[in-house]
Design a binder for this molecule. Structure first.
Ligand code: NAD
Length: 265
């Protein structure tokens, strides 16, 4: 990957960057000298340590916050603090997400509400807080981590599919409204990525079939995804970096599959 000199010194806020795709993407952006607001469900001490590790390793400015994205007041406090401390949020990556799989007729309302709040409504709030600054700088990148489930459905994923289809729609509206402001908004729609988010689904197969974790993992991947391997979360980070580059300034309002041909079928 070429060094993106123009991105050095910009600030990215990544929700859910204490784990998986968010954490790997944070490393990719930090390698380019991009300052970071790290966020996720981690206690303050662990979070501060993580932020300090990033600051020292990459010589960047960092901030950590553990706002619960189910709570709109907490999001508001978090975003106000981030903007005040960092001065600006140039790159907003709405990545935090949870999953619960169950048939729609028995799907618990509490899980529905949590998935819609964290995977969809939180992005509405963070975007609202970020736009004034981006418009003021006439530059911004909003990248929403959706899923193939923002484009197609699978059984037992009612809330997840509703939230991910929702964030694809939100992305398009933001792109239209910001098209003349130097701000792009895109959704990345990954297939299987090797992170803790999918462990429950693998364990369920492994228990049902009395197979090993690795066998169950392979079965989960190949049930729908023609490319028979999980993505490394860093691959998403590299794609995010490209979307932040000047070369990608005309890519906006897009829902971009990164899915091993899953949605080609
Ligand atoms: P992960 O479980 O490794 O990370 C999730 C992150 O979200 C963590 O940092 C966690 O602390 C944070 N989070 C969860 N609930 C939160 C809450 N209430 N408040 C604040 N933060 C909260 O998962 P991941 O696989 O890295 O997922 C990241 C995104 O990628 C999600 O939106 C997910 O839907 C999407 N995605 C993942 C895959 C996959 O196969 N792993 C595929 C497609 C899309």
């Amino acid at each position: 990957m070429l060094e993106n000199k123009s991105l050095k010194g910009k600030t990215a806020l990544i929700t859910g960057s204490t784990s998986g795709i968010g954490l790997a993407s944070a490393h990719v952006l930090a390698e380019q000298g991009i300052n970071l607001v790290l966020h996720g469900l981690m206690n303050n001490e662990e979070g501060e340590n993580l932020a300090q590790e990033f600051a020292q390793k990459y010589q960047i400015k960092t901030l950590f916050d553990n706002a619960n994205l189910m709570d709109s007041d907490a999001i508001s406090t978090f975003m106000t603090k981030a903007l005040k401390t960092m001065g600006t949020i140039d790159i907003l990556i709405n990545n935090a997400g949870i999953q619960h799989t169950q048939a729609v007729d028995t799907f618990p309302e509490s899980k529905w509400n949590a998935i819609i709040a964290i995977n969809l409504t939180a992005a509405f709030h963070t975007i609202q807080h970020s736009l004034a600054g981006m418009k003021g700088n006439a530059w911004g990148r909003i990248i929403n981590i959706a899923s193939v489930h923002g484009l197609v459905a699978s059984k037992n994923k009612a809330a997840y599919c509703a939230a991910k289809h929702g964030i694809v729609g939100l992305t398009k509206v933001v792109a239209l409204e910001c098209a003349e402001d130097g701000i792009t908004a895109n959704a990345i729609c990954p297939g299987w990525v090797d992170t803790p988010l999918i462990n429950d689904q693998i364990s369920e197969i492994s228990e049902k079939d009395n197979s090993s974790f690795e066998q169950a993992k392979y079965q989960l991947i190949t049930a729908k995804q023609p490319l028979p391997e999980m993505m490394d979360p860093r691959q998403i980070g590299e794609f995010i970096l490209f979307l932040c580059s000047d070369s990608a300034r005309s890519i906006t309002g897009s829902s971009l599959p990164m899915d091993g041909a899953w949605t080609a079928q």
